[in-house]
Design a protein around this ligand. Structure first.
Ligand code: OAD
Length: 246
């Protein structure tokens, strides 16, 4: 069976209470990207940036995965081939739902990173400008998240996955942030069937072979059910070539 690559964004966690970025009540209507999500913003006012991520870290620690996260975990467990989740989310909800091998291209709220020696360690709930690196002792620590102007994590591995993808699904992302917004084109060039699952068609919906709109908690489990039913039908047909596949 084919390789599945799934890209997720803030929309998959919206029903877990994590909030999105660009919807009417999104985070970027309340905060300036330049102030809280760029290296320059952190250099100017690290306290403000720590406060922004501390609030989100505490909210993520309290949040529970929803039916969409759990459906992707079920797909990973039951699909007869590799299923890799690549997420732009920093909330850790895929892992809480039991998913394995998630590639966090924008880092994780649960991580701290030393700007002095690149040491990484689990972030305390409240990070601050006085927090010292446990390895080198420098008080130059930052959330281990990727900011605008920085290169997302795991890009070489993701490129390899897209090159060998048979199915590419994009869940709950607006398609406004690159490089993630270009993954659908990479997957299509590699011959993958592509599907978008989102509340409304995104700005790049026309790049997909199929678009399914609705709440992630509804459309993702429905898609996973279809995929697994199709796989079971295919396997049954292989086991018994006389049996018609419906
Ligand atoms: P956005 O806020 O840009 O987009 C969220 C998408 O989810 C929108 O298309 C919504 O319509 C959709 N959506 C909202 N609620 C939904 C629901 N219940 N079910 C399904 N879809 C829903 O968030 P992202 O695309 O994830 O980067 O944003 C990408 C990156 O931009 C983030 O990782 C972050 C941000 O700036 C950095 O901070 C570097």
């Amino acid at each position: 069976m084919g390789n599945i690559v799934i890209l997720t964004g803030a929309g998959i966690s919206a029903e877990s209470g994590m909030g999105t970025f660009r919807d009417a009540d999104g985070l970027w209507t309340q905060y300036s990207i330049e102030d809280v999500a760029t290296p320059g913003g952190f250099a100017r006012n690290p306290g403000l940036v720590h406060d922004f991520y501390n609030i989100r870290r505490i909210r993520a620690a309290e949040a529970q995965p929803n039916a969409a996260h759990r459906a992707l975990t079920r797909l990973q467990a039951e699909w007869p081939g590799p299923v890799t989740i690549v997420t732009q989310n920093v909330d850790g909800l895929h892992e809480k739902a039991g998913s394995d091998g998630v590639l966090h291209m924008h880092g994780e709220l649960a991580g701290a990173l030393c700007q002095g020696c690149d040491h990484r360690w689990p972030a305390p709930p409240d990070m601050s400008v006085t927090l010292a690196c446990p390895s080198c002792g420098a008080a130059r620590t930052r959330p281990d998240v990727v900011w605008f102007g920085e290169i997302p994590y795991h890009m070489a591995e993701i490129a390899g996955l897209l090159d060998s993808a048979d199915i590419f699904a994009s869940v709950g992302t607006s398609g406004q942030v690159y490089p993630a917004a270009a993954f659908v084109q990479q997957a299509r060039e590699a011959g993958a069937h592509t599907i978008e699952l989102n509340l409304d068609p995104s700005d790049i919906a026309h790049d997909f072979d199929e678009v399914s709109t609705g709440l992630a908690s509804q459309v993702v489990p429905a898609w996973v059910d279809d995929m697994l039913a199709g796989a079971a039908g295919g396997q049954a047909a292989q086991a018994d070539p006389e049996r018609p596949v419906t």
